[in-house]
Design a protein around this ligand. Structure first.
Ligand SMILES: Cc1cc2nc3c(=O)[nH]c(=O)nc-3n(C[C@H](O)[C@H](O)[C@H](O)COP(=O)(O)O)c2cc1C
Length: 302
């Protein structure tokens, strides 16, 4: 019987649900299903200071200790990693998993599929995840990023409500439902089925093509544009906060400064920047946008 490792962290249970639906078709396979957690748990719902305080470690990819767990097998025929981006980077538990030697040993020479449960910005985080998988000798064969499909500003408002209250509901009955839609969560099974069909032969070469063809991955041009710039700015902030802390300055002051920066950048500046981009730049960059989309669609795969 083929052995599959399916492993992820989830705070609200959304990514657990996505993974479980994806795994439904794997009935003839031995699935080692592991849900990880940090030893020092991240509170959910979040308090505002704690939410922004994780940014420097997320962006600079500093791992934390995970609660102990054990793998059923030394090697697997396939590893499915579920993860969520935090501040355009892998969530801290995900980074910690990818940097854990026991997990890296299992990644070696093994086909890997990633499943993402994000708001809408996963491109930079995925670069990091693919890098870490490949450094450990894993072979990327697929990536299924599920996102909140409402507009960037509305989804930012609704996800903050969800993260800060723990309630996956429409704020004031006005904002859209936060997170990945129920339809997409249950629809993950379709992409699991496509993969399950290849388990017996191990011929995974066309999996990502089929996944894309079935609507499993689309990249929004405006998000591509924002992500192309935002991670560099986050890196500057992350290093600045860590440097100030090392110099004995009050970390919370600088984190709070970042919080105000982010709120203004997201809700005030970015709509204007996007408008200018769409009017003045985008019409002349069609080919490079297509190339970038292709790059992220098959990141680490082709
Ligand atoms: C601290 C924090 C930062 C986040 N940053 C991002 C981000 O940069 N991009 C994104 O698409 N989603 C972001 N999200 C949303 C998560 O990726 C994820 O969709 C959400 O937390 C639900 O995941 P769960 O299954 O762990 O509950 C963030 C969430 C948290 C808590």
């Amino acid at each position: 019987m083929k052995k599959v490792l399916a492993i992820n962290y989830s705070q609200s249970g959304q990514l657990d649900e996505i993974m479980d639906n994806f795994l439904l078709p794997f009935s003839e396979v031995d699935v080692d299903r592991i849900k990880i957690n940090a030893e020092k748990k991240f509170d959910f719902p979040w308090k505002i200071p704690a939410f922004f305080d994780v940014m420097p470690e997320c962006v600079t990819e500093i791992p934390t200790t995970l609660s102990s767990f054990s793998f059923k097998y030394e090697t697997y025929d396939l590893i499915i990693i579920g993860y969520q981006p935090w501040f355009l980077s892998p969530s801290i538990p995900t980074t910690s998993l990818l940097k854990q030697v026991e997990f890296q040993n299992r990644l070696k020479n093994t086909p890997v599929v990633t499943i993402i449960g994000a708001r809408n910005m996963w491109l930079n985080a995925h670069k990091s995840v693919v890098n870490l998988v490949q450094q450990a000798g894993g072979r990327m064969i697929g990536n299924l990023p599920l996102i909140d499909k409402s507009s960037n500003l509305l989804s930012a408002g609704s996800i903050l409500h969800w993260m800060l209250t723990g309630k996956k509901e429409r704020k004031w009955g006005l904002l859209p439902m936060p997170g990945v839609s129920e339809e997409d969560i249950t629809g993950a099974a379709k992409f699991g089925e496509l993969l399950n069909e290849k388990m017996e032969t191990g011929a995974f070469e066309n999996y990502q093509d089929e996944l894309v063809h079935s609507g499993g991955l689309t990249i929004n041009t405006n998000i591509l544009f924002i992500e192309g710039r935002a991670k560099k700015i986050f890196s500057i902030w992350a290093n600045l906060i860590l440097k100030k802390e090392a110099q004995g300055k009050k970390r919370s002051f600088w984190v709070s400064f970042f919080k105000y920066y982010l709120v203004v950048a997201l809700f005030v500046v970015s709509p204007f920047v996007i408008l200018i981009y769409n009017v003045l730049i985008r019409p002349f960059t069609g080919r490079s946008i297509q190339k970038l989309k292709q790059y992220y669609t098959f990141l680490g795969i082709k």
